[in-house]
Design a protein around this ligand. Sequence first.
Ligand SMILES: [Zn+2]
Length: 65
Amino acid sequence: MSEQRFDLNDIVEMKKPHPCGSNEWKIIRMGADIRIKCVGCGHSVMLPRNEFTKKMKRVLRSASE
Ligand SMILES: [Zn+2]
């Protein structure tokens, strides 16, 4: 198992696309819970960190690069 690295403002891809058709999410809050916002429609969801790491597929764009 490789550790997923992600940080605030990164754009990530989740294993399941959002119903709006977009599969790009921006990390807008980091903490015990992670809040992500759908780039396509602006809908945001909050997930416990362990659930987020399970559902995230990969980081598309890192904000720090
Ligand atoms: Zn959406």
